[in-house]
Ligand binder design. Structure first.
Ligand code: MLT
Ligand code: MN
Length: 298
């Protein structure tokens, strides 16, 4: 199985169009320690021919250009992208579907809740149903996709920001936010780009995994408030922090995971900077920080 990180940043990317905070500013000034990153997505393949996208980010066109495996291989029209799986309805995970219009066949998989979100928004009718089949992923039922066995599981989360009306339920475990287990050829990994907290059930699922890509949105819960970039805490956004007693570094420390990679990293998170003390803490704890173009073979 090949896994290519198409994008490693959270919504907005790194740098984000309107953010020149202490971390993002260094990216805008082209500091080599602040490597640019596009929005969160993986491309995976069991056979090097058919590629499956985990989320379709607003940067998808740029990500395809940067990834030879995803270039057309035959005239006049072709794409190695045969399927797209969604982990939630957030803009940073679904807007790239609009890049995949143009009457190209592929299969789209999401939970019923997220398929409803897409169906309620006519802009996604740009994906012609004669070419793009929409498939419902039931929780905890494995499906076969392009030689991969994929299982969707509920992760504590919330509805997409643009669907919030009043105070949303945060940390609910249903079909709004899922993680994915991917298996092929006796290998497996987990993709959990959004997670409000580590429940006992999720910890048990991830324990002993050879590889996980996990929510690295914020370093501290109040990071956006303190950096003046936003009013919300990570908890309010449905993202567990990396640091602190309740953070993911502590929560996953004893799970015996072979390779732990942070992904979906916000432009305010100091661990994005190669030379930051926060990056050193993460590396010392045995984690990696995903970067665009990173490839893992299992
Ligand atoms: C999130 O990860 O919380 C969302 O992508 C936020 C957003 O939609 O801007
Ligand atoms: Mn996001």
């Amino acid at each position: 199985m090949r896994i290519i990180v198409l994008g490693s940043a959270a919504g907005g990317g790194f740098p984000q169009w309107n953010s020149a905070c202490a971390v993002g500013g260094r990216a805008w000034w082209h500091d080599p320690a602040a490597r640019w990153r596009t929005q969160c997505s993986l491309a995976i393949s069991a056979d090097d021919q058919r590629w499956v996208l985990l989320n379709a980010s607003p940067d998808l066109r740029q990500q395809i250009l940067a990834t030879p495996a995803l270039h057309p291989k035959a005239a006049p029209r072709h794409s190695p992208i045969t399927a797209v799986l969604l982990t939630n309805g957030d803009i940073d995970h679904v807007a790239g579907l609009l890049t995949l219009r143009e009457s190209q066949p592929f299969d789209l998989y999401a939970t019923a809740a997220i398929l409803d979100v897409l169906a309620a928004n006519p802009v996604f009718d740009a994906l012609n149903p004669a070419y793009v089949a929409r498939h419902r992923m039931a929780l905890d039922e494995a499906i076969e996709v392009a030689g991969l066995t994929v299982l969707a599981f509920a992760v504590p989360g919330k509805v997409a920001l643009y669907l919030e009306r009043g105070e949303p339920v945060i940390g609910g475990e249903g079909e709004d936010t899922i993680g994915l287990e991917v298996r092929a050829g006796g290998k497996r990994f987990y993709f959990v780009p959004g997670c409000a907290r580590l429940t006992d059930g999720l910890a048990a699922r991830l324990a002993g995994a050879p590889l996980i890509f996990f929510d690295g949105t914020l370093w501290t819960d109040d990071e956006m408030v303190r950096s003046g970039t936003g009013a919300k805490t990570g908890a309010r956004m449905g993202h567990i922090s990396v640091s602190g007693p309740d953070g993911s570094l502590a929560a996953l420390a004893s799970l015996d995971v072979g390779r732990k990679v942070y992904i979906h990293i916000n432009n305010t998170n100091p661990m994005l900077l190669d030379d930051s003390p926060e990056r050193a803490v993460v590396l010392r704890a045995g984690w990696e920080v995903a970067h665009d173009g990173m490839e893992v073979r299992l």
